[in-house]
Design a protein around this ligand. Structure first.
Ligand SMILES: N[C@@H](CCC(=O)N[C@@H](CS)C(=O)NCC(=O)O)C(=O)O
Length: 202
């Protein structure tokens, strides 16, 4: 049984929950109360010295970082989620980096500022967030998925904080292609929601 060190409001954890659900993999969720500093306890430092969730524990393997966990799970269980040509595999990594860097430094901290009062330069991260949404909307204007002709882990890595952007006071109304892409992900078999995300399609 795999263990996911997890928090229900974490978009990074949700990337992993989405793939686990879409692959039909069972796991145990170990709640880490990050807003109340549980990740600074000594036991968690032994799980992840960076003191971040998500972490996946799988038969003695500890895997930190949501992008790395998506890659690991796909290699183990469903390589079609990694792209199947050199080009699409490169594009997948490009969008995983975008999720970790551009999204992780804009939409994610904007949300934390409004939800938890985290100290960030809200003007700067909001401007970056709008740029991220513009880039995504333009990219999705003439394609269904970010990196290939089918959904890949690139889509799962990017979607949570994009779909949660409204919680960071960055509404999606001006980004119709992003809205349509989110709807396509919601319609995928195994999609699961979290607070702030669209509910499962009927
Ligand atoms: N690059 C990491 C970022 C993970 C991350 O930012 N996790 C947050 C929760 S969503 C966290 O644990 N924050 C605690 C901290 O950094 O002190 C990933 O993609 O997993």
């Amino acid at each position: 049984m795999q263990t996911l060190y997890d928090h229900p409001l974490s978009g990074n954890c949700h990337k992993v929950r989405l793939l686990l659900s879409m692959l039909g993999l069972t796991y145990r969720s170990e709640f880490v109360d990050v807003p109340n500093e549980a990740h600074h306890a000594p036991w968690f430092g032994r799980i992840n010295p960076l003191r971040q969730i998500p972490v996946l524990e799988d038969e003695g393997t500890l895997m930190c970082d949501s992008q790395a966990i998506l890659t690991y799970l796909s290699h183990r269980h469903a390589p079609q989620w990694l792209g199947d040509t050199p080009e699409t595999q490169g594009y997948v990594v490009q969008w995983l980096s975008f999720a970790a860097n551009e999204i992780g430094n804009s939409l994610q901290p904007a949300r934390l500022y409004y939800l938890l009062g985290e100290k960030v330069d809200i003007e700067a991260v909001s401007a970056k967030g709008r740029r991220v949404l513009e880039v995504l909307d333009a990219h999705l204007a003439d394609r269904e998925w970010l990196a290939a002709a089918r959904p890949t882990i690139a889509d799962l890595a990017c979607v949570p904080y994009v779909a949660l952007a409204r919680e960071g006071h960055l509404p999606l109304d001006d980004y119709p292609h992003v809205i349509a892409w989110i709807a396509r992900i919601v319609a995928l078999p195994g999609y699961i929601s979290m607070p702030g995300l669209p509910p499962m399609a009927n």
